[in-house]
Design a protein around this ligand. Structure first.
Ligand code: FES
Length: 404
């Protein structure tokens, strides 16, 4: 029997293929290729990842004076003809001009990807005590208000290669919004996993979207919602108290892996993370939505600054230099916004890298939980102003906000 040599076989095939190619090339025209006005790949990339989306408020749903949903439609008059597709769980960064300040704030998309194909994004805005952006939107946005938004962003999405087939969702307050998108996408067949949602609220009256998700659950056995109420009387079918490890174990699958997705305020993360740590779940199965803006650095044991000190911040941007002041407990990004400097930002929590800037001199404090810098960033003096607090006078080089 002849020896079988696979490398010889492949080489023979390759040689015959070369000859065939040369014949085809020899017959083809050598006329210059006509330049196209645009290329399909570029058109697709622009549609999926637009640099900016011009939107308009199409409808407002008032859940309460301090909580509204805004339905946003494309604004063709400014060049946005359709909305970018997204993965459930992503957010939009909304740009605002408030009292001469240029602000960007991230809001999870509460509608489903299929809704975007129908021309609608839904964001839900809750008034935050002292929150400049939320108050402005709730008090000033009306039907027809023009809005500038980013493309959909963020990594709080379901990835079947990484995540388990069952996700225990832990939502707190307005952190329910990405879970509404997940639930809707599951019912519409665009996501395929089982969602067990533990939804923490003070009372049922605060549990926005709870009834709607419960109704989805009635028609879809992949969705389950459990309200967890921290105040008031016991409500039938709801749990009382907080979302503890014991409660997670009560509803999570007993005999298979599960992922935990969390979205809510910082206090909820602080509490829930300690509980989850006792469950021995692998790190890749625990996923957080953005931590949100960081306040009160002075509460950290490793903070060495003076929260009340006021520092000079020299901001270099596009060849111009501006000197502003910043308190020790204020992020550089907030200080720039307050001074009307259009500094770029999206996530505002050290994750996206959009505000990436060079620290030319001085020192900053970056809380460990929001320090998303790579080793090279630290070596070459790059910081994220959205989560950097001054420890001294500072000089930074900041890229201008693109397209704004
Ligand atoms: S805005 Fe995302 S890292 Fe600063």
């Amino acid at each position: 029997m002849a020896n079988f040599n696979i490398s010889e076989l492949n080489r023979a095939k390759f040689v015959s293929m070369v000859a065939k190619r040369l014949r085809v090339i020899g017959k083809s025209s050598d006329a210059p290729v006509k330049a196209l006005a645009s290329y399909h790949a570029n058109e697709l990339a622009d549609a999926l990842h637009p640099h900016v989306q011009f939107l308009t408020v199409k409808e407002i749903i008032e859940h309460s004076p301090d909580l509204k949903s805004f339905l946003l439609a494309p604004d063709a008059s400014r060049g946005t003809k359709s909305l970018a597709w997204f993965s459930a769980g992503q957010y939009l960064s909304i740009a605002l001009e408030v009292d001469g300040q240029t602000l960007c704030r991230p809001y999870s998309i509460a509608s489903s990807p299929r809704d975007a194909l129908q021309g609608v994004y839904r964001i839900t805005v809750k008034r935050v005590g002292g929150g400049l952006a939320s108050g402005f939107m709730l008090d000033n946005w009306t039907v027809g208000t023009k809005v500038i938004a980013s493309a959909p962003l963020g990594e709080f999405t379901y990835e079947p290669l990484r995540d388990a087939k069952t996700v225990v969702g832990i939502a707190g307050g307005s952190g329910i919004t990405p879970f509404r998108a997940f639930a809707k996408a599951i019912t519409e067949g665009d996501e395929d996993f089982r969602l067990i949602l533990l939804y923490g609220s003070r009372t049922m009256a605060d549990a926005v979207f709870s009834d709607e998700i419960a109704e989805m659950a009635e028609h879809c056995d992949k969705i389950q919602i459990v309200n967890v109420l921290s105040e008031g009387k016991k409500v039938k079918g709801a749990e009382s108290g907080f979302i503890t490890a014991k409660l997670i174990q009560k509803y999570a699958p007993q005999d298979e892996d599960y992922s935990i997705f969390l979205c809510g305020p910082q206090a909820m993360y602080d509490f829930a993370d300690k509980e989850i740590a006792t469950l021995g779940i692998r790190g890749k199965f625990v996923r957080h939505e953005l931590f949100g803006e960081y306040f009160h650095p002075e509460k950290n044991a490793d903070y060495t600054g003076d929260k009340d000190a006021v520092y000079n911040i020299t901001v270099r941007m596009a060849g111009e230099e501006t000197v502003i002041s910043c308190k020790g407990d204020t992020t550089l990004l907030r200080a720039m916004e307050a001074a009307g400097i259009p500094a770029p930002s999206d996530c505002r929590s050290g994750r996206c890298g959009w505000c990436h800037s060079q620290l030319l001199s001085g020192d900053v404090y970056v809380p460990e939980s929001v320090d998303g810098r790579r080793m090279a960033d630290k070596m070459y003096g790059y910081i994220h102003p959205c989560c950097s607090f001054p420890l001294s006078d500072i000089v930074i080089d900041v890229p201008p906000m693109p397209g704004m």
